[in-house]
Write a protein that binds this ligand. Structure first.
Ligand SMILES: [Zn+2]
Length: 382
C-alpha cells in the first residue's frame, strides 16, 4: 500500500487540504482529511503540494526531441518524468499507408513490452485532411480521392488503438472512410483538423461522434467570399457548438494561440470543453529572424520557416495556461486530465475518485512536477 500524506488534493472544483490518499493494487482506495495510514504502508509526504489526476496528452508526436514513431519507449518515459501518465501518440498524415502501418506496429509492441505503460492508444492525425493546411503540403500522400484500398490497412492495423481520427469534413467521399473507421472501433472520437469546413460540413459528421476540434485556431480556414469579411468556418463552429471540445496548444509566448484568444476560448467554452495538448514535433528548421518569434524557444519551425508544432511536454502548456489566462491549478487539471478522459469515455481516470486507477501528478504552486504516480507506483521523484 502507498499513502500520500500532507497533500492538497485537486478535485474537479475544489481542493482538499491536509489530506491523505491511500493506494492499493494500483487503485485509489480512499482519500480525505481523516484517513488513518495503515501500518506497514509506504508513505510519501508531499509537504502540502498539489496532488491531481495524472496529466493526459491526447495529441503529441514527440517528447520534444524524440518522435514516438522513432522510439516510443524513450518518448513515453520522458513524458512520465513530466507527469504525463496517459498519452496518445499522434501519427501525422505525412506518412503513407505503409509508414502508418509500421508506426502503429512499433507503438503497439512498445505497449505490449510493458515499458511504455502510459501509452494507452493512438491519435490518428489523418489521413484525410485538407492539404492546404499544415506542414508537408506538397508531399501529402493522401491528396488524392478517398479510396478504401488506401485507408483500409491503416484502419485495420490501428483497430481499437485508434481513440481519435482526424478528418477535414469538406473532403469529398469521406463518409465511407468514417463509417469504416467507426465500425472498426465504435469508441473512436472524430475530430475536425487541418480544415476549412463550414459549420454545415461539420454538423454532418456529428452523428458519427465528431466532438473535437484539433489544435483550435491552428491550421483552420476562414473561408470568406468577401475579401474584408470573416465568415463562419471551423473555429467558429467549434466555439458555437457547446458539445465540442477544443484542443489548445498553449506555448510560452502565445504564438499558436494568442493569449487573448485563449481567454476568449475559456469564456466561451467554459471549464469542461478545453483540452490542453503539447503537439510536440521534431523539426530542425531555424527560428525565422526578427522580433516576431522572440522568446518562443518552446516551438518548432520547419525549413520553410513555418511553425511546426511545439517542443513542449504537457506540464509546460499547463503553466502557460495559468500565466496567460489566470486559470487555477484546479482548472488546469481539468483541461489536462479530466476533460481528455471524459471526451474519450474513460471513466476510470481523470479525477480523484475511489476505485479509479491511481495515476497521479504532484505539482508545486507553479505547476512544476514533483512526483508522478503511475498505476499506484511512484515513477518519478524530484
Ligand atoms: Zn496538426
Amino acid at each position: 500500500m502507498l499513502a500520500i500524506k500532507n497533500a492538497t488534493l485537486v478535485m474537479p472544483d475544489h481542493y482538499i487540504e491536509d489530506a491523505t490518499l491511500l493506494i492499493e493494487e494500483g487503485k485509489i482506495l480512499d482519500f480525505g482529511r481523516r484517513i488513518t495510514i495503515p501500518q506497514g504502508a509506504e508513505v510519501l509526504d508531499v509537504d502540502g503540494a498539489y496532488v491531481g489526476p495524472g496529466l493526459f496528452d491526447i495529441h503529441t508526436h514527440a517528447d520534444g526531441e524524440i518522435l514516438f514513431t522513432d522510439d516510443p519507449v524513450k518518448a513515453a518515459s520522458t513524458l512520465l518524468d513530466h507527469g504525463v501518465t496517459d498519452v496518445l501518440p499522434a501519427l501525422y498524415y505525412s506518412m503513407d499507408a505503409d509508414a502508418y502501418v509500421r508506426a502503429i506496429r512499433l507503438i503497439r509492441s512498445a505497449m505490449e513490452s510493458g515499458k511504455a505503460n502510459n501509452i494507452i492508444g493512438l491519435y490518428m492525425e489523418g489521413p484525410y485532411l485538407n492539404p492546404k493546411y499544415g506542414c508537408n503540403r506538397e508531399s501529402n500522400p493522401w491528396k488524392g480521392p478517398v479510396c478504401r484500398e488506401d485507408y483500409q490497412k491503416v484502419v485495420d492495423e490501428a483497430g481499437d488503438l485508434a481513440r481519435v481520427w482526424c478528418i477535414a469534413p469538406e473532403r469529398e467521399g469521406l463518409d465511407e472512410f468514417v463509417e469504416y473507421a467507426k465500425a472498426k472501433n465504435p469508441r473512436a472520437v472524430f475530430s475536425v483538423a487541418h480544415s476549412e469546413a463550414t459549420p454545415q460540413d461539420i454538423a454532418r459528421f456529428k452523428p458519427y461522434g465528431l466532438r473535437l476540434a484539433t489544435h483550435h485556431t491552428n491550421a483552420t480556414g476562414t473561408l470568406s467570399r468577401y475579401p474584408e469579411c470573416r465568415t463562419a468556418c471551423v473555429d467558429e463552429a467549434a466555439l458555437y457548438d457547446g458539445d465540442m471540445y477544443t484542443e489548445l496548444i498553449c506555448d510560452k509566448v502565445g504564438i499558436h494561440v494568442d493569449p487573448f484568444m485563449l481567454r476568449l476560448v475559456r469564456r466561451i467554452k467554459g471549464d469542461e470543453r478545453i483540452i490542453l495538448i503539447a503537439d510536440a514535433l521534431v523539426a530542425h528548421g531555424p527560428m525565422p529572424d526578427g522580433e516576431l518569434y522572440q522568446g518562443a524557444d518552446d516551438i518548432n519551425f520547419d525549413f520553410a520557416g513555418e511553425i511546426a508544432g511545439s517542443k513542449m511536454i504537457l506540464d509546460g502548456p499547463c503553466r502557460n495556461m495559468m500565466k496567460h489566462t489566470g486559470a487555477s491549478i484546479c482548472q488546469v487539471f481539468r483541461y489536462a486530465s479530466t476533460n481528455p478522459a471524459t471526451l474519450l469515455g474513460l471513466s476510470d481516470r481523470g479525477c480523484i475518485k475511489k476505485g479509479n486507477i491511481a495515476n497521479l501528478t504532484v505539482v508545486n504552486h507553479r505547476f512544476h512536477v514533483l512526483h508522478t504516480v503511475l498505476h499506484g507506483g511512484i515513477v518519478k521523484q524530484n
